[in-house]
Design a protein around this ligand. Structure first.
Ligand SMILES: Nc1ncnc2c1ncn2[C@@H]1O[C@H](COP(=O)(O)OP(=O)(O)O)[C@@H](O)[C@H]1O
Ligand SMILES: Cc1cn([C@H]2C[C@H](O)[C@@H](COP(=O)(O)OP(=O)(O)O)O2)c(=O)[nH]c1=O
Length: 195
């Protein structure tokens, strides 16, 4: 079973992901960008304000391909629960925003198409919902993606994904304190696992 955590920067994904490690000690905890050299390349691009957005999409996608074949698919083949802090939906939401004014006609659909050929859809995606202003304040706006205007576009893309996949996504309100958010996430996962 593949469970993913998605949301804007500062939505509290990593806080939840860390806490879940105590609740599910047998699960495989992983994340994108990964800690491989592909992930290092991605972080170099994140920290480069002049990075080409299309090149960046392919760096993130290369990291995802390696993540899938090296970590995710083997764990799922062993019947392990995999919990990933960000996954393909981050590309659909973020890179569709960076590529909005590019030569691509429908960036979100284009990026989904690339993934469809080789990727694996999560079974359950927890969307940690936060407005862009709070997200930027919580994340400290430390990189080029953490600005309110950009995060608003990313949020719109996430909303499109939620609308298109109502059975896979569960929205969690993150204006509540971290322990309440964690309770909601755990209850959702428990319902899903026991269904
Ligand atoms: N529910 C919450 N309410 C208030 N602050 C939170 C909440 N969840 C996380 N935070 C704080 O917001 C910041 C960003 O959280 P983090 O888990 O790193 O988010 P993300 O991984 O989505 O970027 C951290 O300082 C964290 O302590
Ligand atoms: C995985 C992924 C991340 N990102 C962005 C979101 C973040 O701004 C940045 C780094 O991700 P991450 O380390 O998860 O940041 P945070 O904990 O602040 O949410 O990379 C993409 O644009 N596309 C992607 O496919």
């Amino acid at each position: 079973m593949l469970i993913t955590l998605e949301g804007l920067d500062g939505s509290g994904k990593t806080t939840v992901w860390e806490a879940l490690q105590d609740t599910y000690p047998d699960a495989v905890f992983t994340r994108e960008p990964t800690d491989s050299w592909y992930g290092d390349a991605v972080y170099r691009s994140i920290n480069n304000d002049d990075a080409d957005s299309l090149a960046e999409l392919f760096l993130y996608t290369a990291d995802h391909a390696d993540h899938l074949s090296r970590v995710v698919r083997p764990a799922l083949a062993d019947d392990r629960m995999v919990i990933s802090d960000r996954f393909s939906d981050s590309r659909f939401a973020y890179q569709a925003a960076t590529l909005e004014d590019s030569e691509l006609v429908r960036p979100l659909e284009y990026i989904q198409g690339i993934h469809r050929a080789f990727s694996r859809e999560p079974d359950l995606t927890l969307y940690l919902d936060v407005d862009p202003e709070l997200a930027a304040a919580r994340s400290g706006s430390t990189n080029k993606f953490e600005q309110v205007a950009y995060l608003s576009k990313v949020q719109e893309n996430y909303e499109r994904l939620l609308k298109a996949n109502p059975d896979r996504f569960v929205r969690v309100d993150t204006t509540e304190p971290p322990e309440v958010v964690l309770d909601r996430v755990e209850a959702t996962i428990a319902r899903f696992v026991n269904a």
